[in-house]
Every structure is written in C-alpha cells, then in structure tokens.
Design a protein around this ligand. Sequence first.
Ligand code: IPD
Ligand code: CA
Ligand code: CA
Length: 264
Amino acid sequence: MHPMLNIAVKAARRAGNLIHRAADNIDHLTVAKKSHADYVSEVDQAAERLIVQTLLDAYPTHAILAEEGGAQGQSEYVWIIDPLDGTTNFLHGIPQYAVSIALQHNGVLTQAVVYDPTKNDLFTATRGRGAYLNDKRIRVSKRKEIEDSLIGTGFPYTRFENMDAYMDIFKDVMQKTAGLRRPGAASLDLAWTAAGRYDGFFETGLKPWDIAGGALLISESGGIVSDLAGNQNFLTSGHICAGNPFVHEHLLKIIAPHLTDGLK
Ligand code: IPD
Ligand code: CA
Ligand code: CA
C-alpha cells in the first residue's frame, strides 16, 4: 500500500471507531444546526480533529480542506476530509455513513479512502493502481441497458435553487431505469457505484469533501465521473454524475434536456 494511503487508512479507521462507539449514545450528543436541515454533532468535530491530527503528525507540511474546520495551510498536497458523511443518518441511528479522506497532489486526486464503520467496509484507491474494497479489487458494473440499471442519487435538502431541474431529471430517471435509491451518504454512494452495486449515481449541490474520495474510487474502478454536462469541474461545481461508461453516458443523455437554464 502507498505510504500516504496507509496513513489515510489509519486516520479513517481511528475516526470510524470513534463514530461507531458514539453511535450507541446518539440521544446524548450535542448537535448544532449549521443551516436549514444541515447538522453537525460533537462526533463530526471529534472525528475531524482525530483525522487532521493523524495526517499532520505524519505530514506536518501538508494542507487540509475539511468540512468542519475549513482550509488550513498551503502545500502542493491537500487532504480533503469529510469526517462523517451522512450525519443525518447517524443522528437517526441509520447505519449508512462513512469517513471520507482524499489526497490531491498539485490539483490531481491521488489517494482515496471511504470507510463505512458499521459494515467495516474499507474502500481505497491510489491513482493508477486500481480500487479496492478491503482486500478485493473492485470494478464498476458491466450493465449496459439503462432500463436494467439501478441508480443512486441524493435529494436536495438545504439549497433549493435547482429544485425544478432536479425534479424533472428525477422523474425522467425514475421512468427510464430499474430504480433509484437515496441512502444519504454521497461518499458511500460513489464507493458503491465503484464496487458495481449501483450502475450509476448523480447528485447536485455537493461539496468537495463529499465527492473527492468517491471520485477517485470511480475512476480507478473503470468508471467515469463528470459534472452533469460531462465536464470535469465536478469538485468545484458540486454537481456530479458517475457510473460505468455505458450508464454514465445514458445518464448524461437523460439529464441534458433539463440543463437548458443551467444549474447554480
Ligand atoms: C451529506 C451527504 C448526503 C448528501 C448531502 C451531503 P453530510 O453530507 O453526503 O448524502 O445528499 O448533500 O451534504 O452533511 O452528512 O456530511
Ligand atoms: Ca458530506
Ligand atoms: Ca460531514
């Protein structure tokens, strides 16, 4: 394993263990509301501190971009961290959440970990070396027909600017595929797509820490990841479409007619 991935795995496991222990005690946690329907708990913050500490102990000169603490430091190496992706699920006792850690080197994603502590599923990838679930190599699904495909998505819940376009896309995708799922943790949705569980995934309004780890998992498992128009700026726009090459292309075609007014 690449030494930088090894440190990221150590950080993700430490945070995952902390989250897993805290899951027994959700009724007693301190929770704050960042904005409408956007929550942060003391567990998100403690997990993030543990991750940042583990990474900076190993690489003190590296920079950090983390959900709760924001940007820290200046370096060609930037760690992009979501300490607890799926906070709403976590706070409701729904076992679908993950720790996501990715490394960007000179703007290119090079290492990724998405760790699901309730299932002990560790998804990892190093650029050019493939993607893994625990010790097993993973690949995107081979399904070609869109009508047989299972698609993951995320519903808008804090920002509603793109709601109309989203609902139109949603209706169309529902009618043209075998089904849609909204499990509630974007990093895991992408990891599951990389592992061939979903054939494709799309969502709008995400942040870099929701997507960075999952995006590298997708490309290293033979999938395609882009924004909703097929361009590569998904990390900054937060609009993302991913899947096996066939389903990704089908999804872009379904989505295209609904983007005439653009997305914010
Ligand atoms: C959220 C989850 C969710 C997605 C949201 C994200 P958080 O992350 O990934 O699936 O739909 O847009 O913000 O807030 O639980 O870390
Ligand atoms: Ca998140
Ligand atoms: Ca989070």
